[in-house]
Design a protein around this ligand. Structure first.
Ligand code: SF4
Length: 169
């Protein structure tokens, strides 16, 4: 199949192939075909920690203690997010810069995202490829991926992030 035929085929598949009628009222709910993690308590733990977080109980001493540590605990982050940390914004910014320098130096890493397919059954609100959006959909074959990689290589970019939407086919 040549490139033009591939595009035409993808356009024929187009929007009729995605789930347009999915009810979507709860963005935290699983959609059909999503893998459920019944034994995971992560969501409960996060919600419990959120509910138990009392930002009024932290003092300037807690903030200073947190800033003096090399490794911070979730409790230390609680102090840094509290109103008691407001007078320490400058120190916090300096500490954040130090940590960034320590891990990444002065480099800025750029990468090119390459979607090899933008078909998707999901409806992540923030995403332009979500199944409710009426956009042109395509899936690259090996030749298409090679063409895209060559085009990216010509720009001088060396880091490529390969992505797809989530489609069960
Ligand atoms: S492509 Fe990814 S982020 Fe976008 S709707 Fe699909 S699953 Fe969500």
């Amino acid at each position: 199949m040549d490139h033009q035929e591939e595009i035409e085929k993808n356009e024929q598949i187009g929007i009729s192939d995605v789930e347009e009628d999915l009810p979507r009222t709860d963005h935290m709910a699983y959609l059909p075909d999503m893998e459920k993690l019944p034994d995971s308590d992560i969501q409960d733990r996060v919600i419990r920690a959120m509910e138990e977080y009392d930002y009024t109980r932290y003092t300037a001493a807690d903030v200073k203690r947190a800033l003096a540590k090399e490794y911070l605990t979730p409790e230390d982050f609680g102090a840094l997010l509290s109103p008691a940390a407001e007078p320490f914004l400058e120190q916090m910014a300096r500490r954040a810069t130090e940590e960034t320098q320590k891990h990444f130096g002065n480099s800025v890493l750029l990468f090119t995202p390459l979607y090899i397919s933008n078909y998707c059954e999901n409806y992540c609100i923030y995403c332009g490829f979500n199944c409710r959006n009426r956009i042109r959909r395509a899936r690259l074959d090996e030749e298409g991926i090679r063409r895209e990689m060559e085009a990216i290589a010509k720009t001088g970019m060396e880091e490529v992030l390969i992505l797809t939407g989530r489609a069960g086919r």
